[in-house]
Design a protein around this ligand. Structure first.
Ligand code: BGC
Length: 734
């Protein structure tokens, strides 16, 4: 009896004890509570000073937490192709850590060229794991600005010219990153479609172009990808800087799309306290208050959202309610990431990440030309292979601006080819040199171009085949942040070099590393052309696997290659349309971006959007739909057969384009509405099924300021590229 009483008393004490520990644990630290409850409680504990301190940077890449409450700092890092090295507190310069060399994944143009959302998920997962391992809260990427001209220095960081393709690829990337308890930061919102005058250019365009072309990928990132943060862009839109643009941030992003994450400024993209407070910015990042590039101890307290904000709050100029909205968002991000109980631990430079990087590279490489089935070059076929060109050995992960990476390793094309074909069969000659990488200026090579070319021509003369590895690089005025290219031509006299090589050897394969379209005066004379982007750590292995036929290429172009620069829509309207006049730019190309322009104006591109060859062939069956007449709320089921009609296994990206022939407004001749990458064994046939909503065919109505789906005829076409249409079916919306 006595024992039972003692036992009961002990249990009672234990329960009391547990309850009191629970009661003492503040809600914000209780991982079993909902994020919203934790946010509210944490907010209630903060002083005005602590709240303001969370709204601006404390170092180059971090912002303050609340030390006394154990709320951690936010650590951001670029993005989007690998996790950037650690830099000094106040400098862009690498801090010399020895544990921060990452895996470089292929550039986003390559990812997009895979037309495979599963690859985007794998990409996101892997880069998210690397960011998590490095203790980053926010990964500064992915980028989804639309490819408007082939000159934009940052196209390589984006997903091409089509809003639908970019939307489908960005969503899984974000989901993959965020599974790791690391926030993706989608950039650059919005209309940062050129680097020339990026800090000041004022973009004007119609609402229709805004909603139909430039916003969909951001909207998908927010609503489907559920991105936890977004980065404002440097440029202005309708007179207001995008980092504090009322229409973009308050009305569209936060009100219309219900974005509940953090709006982060681009680095040094804030210009005004009043607008930063009121127009939707939450977190101001940058180097100093007056811009991007100043290094040295920076008065973070002088940021627009620092002391000036605090003073304004104290004087009653700004309301605490608005500040609370910003801090809630920042806390929400912290609870979703660093303070989440479910946050995994990540991993860094794992063999699986290399595998992912290689797979994406292989799926993104686009075979542009293959005369008389010149490729693949089976191992053992040739005894002497000349590899010519600087990009065969140059690091292509370094440079380009903020996406520059310090990598654990990078397999160059030359090394990849040597491992594949054997050292004794390969002879290498540089052929041209581009000079050192400098973010702000061109540093030309001091070596003599003629002698480099002569040596390469001699090497080519005695070879069975020439693999020319060239293109652009990440130097200033190439594919690089802060400036655009000057023309579409290949730089560093490569056209002359290729022509000279062709004079002594007719078996020339051109392998291009670029994130942009280039002109190709030698196109008719070379045997094959391979578009191989910037492929990251596994570049050489992926290229060698495709050239040798171990991998059958299946990438498709995520943007059109024009025959000449003037064929591009933005350029066609003169300086006011690109690059702008007196800091003003009007998107006169409106909704006719990329293939929408080529189609409508009946201009033949050099290579169309969605184009890419394979070592096998595919034949398409006739397209059919489940019905002929649909209501505006219906779902449309499309199907057709696809056969691998060749002798080897391969994958085809089947595309669905939709047209509205009798619309009340101008509509592009056709628009991509679905695609599917289908892997088929030689001889295999599959039925491809695609589903779209009737509403997906709507246009943005300027008059009603809403999406309108008209009744009447719509035509669906299955296609292998934007110019290779296979069959069509006509349906009615009633
Ligand atoms: C770029 C951003 C980048 C940031 C931080 C800016 O110059 O525009 O894309 O994330 O720097 O490096």
């Amino acid at each position: 009896m006595r024992n039972t009483r003692i036992f009961c008393i002990s249990i009672f004490c234990l329960i009391l004890c547990l309850n009191s520990t629970r009661a003492q644990k503040p809600v914000y630290l209780n991982v079993d509570e909902s994020i919203e409850k934790r946010v509210e409680q944490a907010l209630s504990l903060l002083t005005l000073e602590e709240k303001v301190a969370m709204c601006h940077a404390q170092s180059k890449f971090s912002s303050k937490g609340v030390p006394r409450l154990g709320i951690p700092e936010i650590w951001t890092d670029d993005g989007p192709h690998g996790v950037r090295e650690e830099v000094y507190w106040d400098k862009w310069e690498g801090a010399g850590w020895t544990n921060d060399s990452c895996t470089a994944f292929p550039a986003l143009t390559c990812l997009s060229a895979s037309f495979n959302p599963t690859m985007a998920l794998e990409y996101g997962k892997a880069i998210g794991e690397e960011a998590r391992y490095r203790n980053k809260t926010v990964l500064l990427g992915p980028g989804v600005n639309i490819y408007r001209t082939p000159l934009n220095g940052r196209n390589f960081e984006y997903m091409g010219e089509d809003p639908y393709l970019s939307s489908r690829m960005v969503v899984p990337y974000i989901q993959g990153v965020q599974q790791n308890g690391v926030a993706a930061c989608v950039k650059h919102f919005a209309l940062n479609n050129q680097e020339i005058e990026r800090m000041s250019i004022n973009v004007k365009l119609s609402d229709r172009a805004l909603y139909e072309i430039y916003l969909p990928a951001f909207k998908a990132a927010v609503q489907e990808g559920k991105a936890w943060s977004i980065m404002g862009s440097y440029n202005k839109f309708r007179g207001e800087y995008c980092c504090h643009n009322d229409l973009l941030l308050n009305r569209i992003l936060k009100d219309e799309w219900k974005f509940d994450g953090v709006v982060i400024s681009d680095w040094g993209g804030v210009h005004n306290t009043d607008q930063a407070v009121k127009n939707g910015l939450d977190l101001e990042m940058g180097t100093s208050t007056n811009g991007l590039t100043t290094d040295g101890t920076t008065p973070y307290s002088e940021y627009y959202l620092a002391t000036p904000y605090l003073q304004g709050l104290k004087s009653g100029k700004y309301t605490e309610a608005l500040l609370n909205d910003k801090v809630r968002r920042i806390l929400r991000l912290i609870f979703r990431t660093t303070m989440s109980a479910n946050r995994p631990f990540g991993r860094f430079v794992s063999p699986e990440h290399s595998e992912t990087a290689r797979k994406i590279a292989e799926e993104g490489i686009v075979l542009l030309k293959n005369a008389k089935q010149f490729l693949p070059i089976i191992v053992g076929k040739y005894t002497k292979i000349a590899v010519i060109g600087e990009n065969a050995t140059r690091s292509l992960v370094i440079g380009g601006g903020s996406s520059s990476l310090k990598v654990a390793y990078e397999v160059s094309p030359l090394n990849g080819l040597i491992s594949k074909y054997g050292k004794n069969r390969i002879v290498y000659s540089k052929g041209y040199l581009s000079g050192d990488n400098d973010y702000k200026k061109v540093v030309s090579s001091k070596l003599n171009t003629d002698s480099l070319r002569n040596v390469a021509v001699d090497v080519a003369k005695n070879a069975d085949v020439v693999l020319f590895v060239g293109g652009l690089n990440k130097n200033h005025l190439q594919d690089s942040e802060g400036a655009d290219r000057k023309s579409m031509d290949l730089p560093f006299d490569q056209d002359e070099l290729i022509t000279a090589l062709l004079k002594v050897n007719k078996n020339v394969v051109v392998i291009l590393n670029t994130g942009n379209a280039v002109s190709m005066p030698w196109i008719n004379d070379v045997s094959a052309i391979v578009q191989s982007w910037y492929l990251g750590s596994e570049a050489g292995n992926a290229i060698a696997n495709v050239l040798s036929g171990e991998v059958n290429p299946s990438g498709k172009l995520p943007f059109s290659f024009p025959k000449k620069l003037e064929d591009n829509a933005a350029i066609a309207f003169g300086n006011i349309s690109y690059p702008g006049v007196d800091n003003n730019e009007e998107y006169k190309d409106d909704i006719l971006v990329g293939y929408r322009w080529f189609d409508t104006k009946k201009i033949k591109p050099l290579f169309p959007f969605g184009y890419g060859l394979s070592y096998t062939t595919f034949s398409y069956g006739k397209i059919t739909t489940d019905k002929r007449i649909y209501s505006s709320e219906d779902t449309i089921r499309i199907s057709f057969t696809l056969k691998n009609s060749g002798k080897i296994d391969g994958a085809e990206v089947a595309q669905l384009y939709v047209s509205q022939p009798n619309a009340s407004v101008l509509r592009p001749v056709k628009e991509l509405k679905a695609f599917k990458k289908v892997f088929l064994k030689a001889g295999e046939v599959q039925t491809v099924e695609m589903v779209i909503k009737a509403q997906d065919m709507a246009f943005y109505n300027e008059k009603t300021k809403s999406w309108t789906l008209e009744t009447g005829e719509f035509v669906m076409r299955n296609a292998s590229s934007a110019t290779d249409l296979k069959s069509s079916v006509s349906i009615q919306i009633k």
